[in-house]
Design a protein around this ligand. Structure first.
Ligand code: AHR
Length: 491
């Protein structure tokens, strides 16, 4: 059995963990929106205003704080006016990026905001810079947020929502270095300034404007963008995208590929460290929040059945990717203010999969429920000491990793054991005079590193919780191989 020591420092606070680190992303792609969320009011699938009840119920358990929409690449070819008004009269457009499917525009602004309302999540709308105009985006903000008697506000009321929606988070384009216009950082900085000039905090709703950040950890995009931006003040957040990709396929991989993918996912940490260092150079007061508004695994297309675009199965390996990424965000809670896994349903690293009238929670989805107590708690320093794991080709991976937070008298510790077949005996040390009086431990693990949930066996991978017999400053726990663990300790 591998050995590790976790030292917890309850008085060494990092920052409040913004709940939005646990955010999501939905795009008009494959069956994320149509089929996954939207079935329409006349559907035999139980729904509220056209939105699937089963999906809402499963997602609410994860406490989703924020949802980004409508893309992705789709955002820079989306024209919001097509998605309002009577559905039967909405324009039918072609989804340029995702299979040239016909977009009925049935799921538009009101439907998205209703979905957020049902989830209890804040909306984050990504605007169209690539093929749109500053006027189109400023009008969208007015349509959503203006409380007065303008024509756009009247139109919103006529479409069923007299009250302003008060949407706070607005993205100024998506991947503008690629599908969002193929711009250079300098060109995007110029566009950003032009668009942001017209984006206003109508009727007391302050806007958080989110600029397009780099593809992965590209330092040049960040430096060149901020150099050209030249101190323009109307920018609150900067958003990188990082997909850790795959190793093998979604469900078929060797033990070395298991480690390889986890190592690729762990590169989120150097990305954050380097990007925040560059930002500090331009923003020494640290006013700009760092966001990762698309991240996750990206496996080759599923071979089984006739799956929709970018549908992928999700195993215990994906769950470990999610857990170690969320732990990384927690450790950088003083800089990272939002994270949005790609994507919420049926696409890439989904938390819920649907098939006709059935819906299941993936292992990744379980991680979101298990990790929910971190939301809004104070991140504290935790030191994980364990021998690294060596694998084929000279690869190395951490032997144990995690994060910890504190809320009132509750210390919440999450830890990933990445060993494919070896448990870790972890000795927990509470310092700063803290003592535990009781607690419980939740574990997500499986006998097989390829384990996943199917519609035939939807509960193959699910969490189990047990009480912990603990009192004092030390505790030893066994973390099963290939597992995600959460310890809630009463101090
Ligand atoms: O999430 C799928 C796609 O990945 C998004 O549309 C795009 O932003 C990214 O390249």
């Amino acid at each position: 059995m591998a050995q590790a020591t976790i030292t917890l420092y309850p008085s060494r606070r990092i920052a409040t963990i913004q709940p939005n680190l646990y955010g999501h992303f939905i795009e008009h792609l494959g069956e994320c929106v149509y089929g996954g969320i939207w079935v329409g009011e006349g559907s035999p699938i139980a729904n509220t205003d056209g939105i699937r009840n089963d999906v809402v119920q499963l997602l609410r358990r994860m406490r989703p704080p924020v949802v980004r929409w409508p893309g992705g690449c789709f955002a820079d070819d989306y024209h919001w006016e097509h998605g309002i008004g009577p559905r039967a009269q909405r324009r039918r457009t072609v989804n340029l990026h995702w299979g040239e499917t016909v977009e009925t525009n049935a799921f538009g602004t009101h439907e998205f905001l209703r979905f957020c309302e049902l989830l209890g999540a804040a909306p984050y709308i990504c605007g169209n810079v690539g093929s749109g105009s500053p006027r189109e985006l400023r009008d969208w903000v007015e349509y959503c947020n203006f409380a007065g008697d303008s024509t756009l506000a009247q139109q919103r009321a006529a479409n069923g929502h007299p009250e302003p929606f008060r949407v706070r988070f607005w993205g100024v384009g998506n991947e503008n270095w690629g599908c969002g216009g193929n711009l250079t950082p300098e060109e995007y900085a110029t566009e950003y300034r032009r668009f942001a000039t017209y984006l206003r905090s109508f009727s007391g709703t302050p806007l958080t404007l989110i600029a397009c950040g780099p593809s992965g950890n590209d330092p040049h995009w960040t430096r060149r963008f901020f150099t050209k931006l030249g101190g323009f003040p109307n920018l609150q957040c900067f958003a990188a995208h990082y997909y850790c990709g795959t190793a093998g396929t979604a469900t078929n991989y060797t033990v070395d590929q298991w480690y390889q993918l986890l190592e690729q996912a762990a590169r989120m940490e150097p990305l954050i460290v380097q990007q925040r260092a560059i930002l500090d150079g331009f923003d020494p007061q640290r006013r700009i929040g760092l966001i990762v508004d698309e991240w996750g695994t990206w496996h080759p297309p599923a071979e089984e059945r006739n799956r929709p675009l970018h549908w992928q199965q999700n195993t215990i390996r994906d769950a470990l990717v999610a857990a170690l990424t969320l732990d990384t965000f927690n450790r950088h809670a003083d800089k990272v203010v939002m994270g949005n896994i790609a994507q919420m349903l049926n696409v890439l690293q989904a938390v819920v999969l649907t098939e006709e009238d059935r819906a299941l929670v993936t292992p990744t989805g379980h991680v979101y429920t298990i990790y929910a107590p971190h939301q809004g708690a104070e991140a504290i320093l935790a030191d994980f000491a364990a021998e690294p794991i060596s694998y084929a080709g000279g690869g190395q991976l951490f032997g144990l990793a995690g994060s910890a937070s504190l809320r009132d008298d509750r210390l919440f510790l999450t830890a990933v054991n990445p060993h494919a077949s070896e448990p870790v005996e972890a000795r927990l040390r509470l310092v700063d005079g803290a003592e535990a009086r009781g607690g419980e431990m939740t574990t997500l693990a499986a006998d097989d590193i390829h384990a996943h949930n199917t519609f035939e066996a939807p509960e193959t991978v699910k969490p189990a919780t047990r009480p912990l017999n603990v009192s004092g400053r030390e505790l030893t726990v066994t973390l099963p191989p290939a597992s995600v663990n959460a310890l809630s300790l009463v101090l």
